[in-house]
Design a protein around this ligand. Structure first.
Ligand SMILES: Cc1cc2nc3c(=O)[nH]c(=O)nc-3n(C[C@H](O)[C@H](O)[C@H](O)COP(=O)(O)O)c2cc1C
Length: 210
C-alpha cells in the first residue's frame, strides 16, 4: 500500500526552517472557524498548511461562510468532516460542541467578520462556530481571532469596542493588516496572510504547552 508522506516545498534550508517552526502542529487538534468574508479563500491555504504540518484540523463554518467557500473545499484540505450546523452531530453523540471544544489544543477564527466579532463580544452562541467557542476554556486553550473587513467597518466605534472587550476577555487578536482590500481600496482591515496566522497559532500553542 502506498505510504502517505507529508509534502514539502522550497529549498532544503527553507524546508528545515519551516519544519522546525511548524513541528508544534504535529498531532495538535485545531479548530478553524470560518465566517462570512471574502478572505475565506485564504483560509483554505491556512487549513492546507496545518494539515501538511500534521495537525488534526476541524473546520466549522457559519452559514454566511458557506456562501464564500464550499465546505467541500475544507473537507478535502483537512481530510475531515466540516461542521456547518449546530444541529447535525457529525462525529459525536455527546453534545458535539462540548466534546469538540474540550478536545482542542487551539482555535482560530479566520476570517472573523464584523458580525462574528460582535456576537462573540456579547457572548452569543447562535451558530456552530460561536457555539463551539462558547464551550472553550480560554485559560487552557488559546482562541485567536483574525478580523477581516473593509477599513470603514473596522474603524466603526462598535467594532473597536468589541475588539477591546474580546481582548480583555482573553481572546488573542491577530491583525488585521493594512493594504489592498477586496472592495478595491487600501486601508486597515485586510486579513493577515496564512503564514502570519500559522506563526501566531504556533506561538500560542507553544505558550499554552509551557
Ligand atoms: C459580498 C460580501 C462580502 C462581504 N465581506 C465581508 C467581509 O470581508 N468582512 C465582514 O466582516 N463582513 C463581510 N460581509 C458581511 C457578512 O457576510 C455578514 O455581516 C454576515 O452576517 C456575517 O455572518 P457571520 O459572521 O455569521 O459569518 C460581506 C457580505 C457580502 C454580501
Amino acid at each position: 500500500m502506498a505510504k502517505r508522506t507529508r509534502p514539502t516545498s522550497g529549498t532544503p534550508t527553507a524546508r528545515a526552517k519551516n519544519s522546525d517552526a511548524h513541528a508544534v502542529f504535529a498531532d495538535a487538534r485545531i479548530l478553524v472557524g470560518v465566517t462570512g468574508g471574502i478572505a475565506a479563500y485564504k483560509t483554505a491555504m491556512l487549513v492546507s498548511r496545518l494539515a501538511q504540518a500534521g495537525a488534526k484540523v476541524t473546520v466549522a463554518m457559519t452559514p454566511a461562510a458557506t456562501r464564500f467557500v464550499t465546505p467541500l473545499t475544507f473537507q478535502a484540505l483537512s481530510g475531515r468532516p466540516v461542521y456547518t450546523s449546530a444541529w447535525e452531530h457529525v462525529e459525536s453523540h455527546d453534545p458535539q460542541h462540548i466534546a469538540t471544544a474540550g478536545s482542542l489544543d487551539a482555535a482560530i477564527v479566520a476570517p472573523c467578520s464584523m458580525d462574528t466579532l460582535s456576537r462573540l463580544a456579547c457572548g452569543r452562541a447562535d451558530d456552530v462556530v460561536t457555539l463551539i467557542l462558547s464551550a472553550v476554556d480560554r485559560s487552557r486553550t488559546p482562541v485567536l481571532l483574525a478580523p477581516a473587513m473593509n477599513a470603514v467597518m473596522w474603524a466603526q466605534p462598535a467594532t473597536q469596542r468589541n475588539v477591546e472587550t474580546l481582548a480583555s476577555d482573553g481572546f488573542t487578536m491577530v491583525g488585521p493588516a493594512d493594504g489592498w482590500q477586496a472592495c478595491r481600496t487600501v486601508g486597515v482591515g485586510r486579513m493577515e496572510e496564512p503564514e502570519a496566522l500559522l506563526a501566531a497559532l504556533a506561538q500560542a500553542l507553544a505558550a499554552a504547552r509551557r
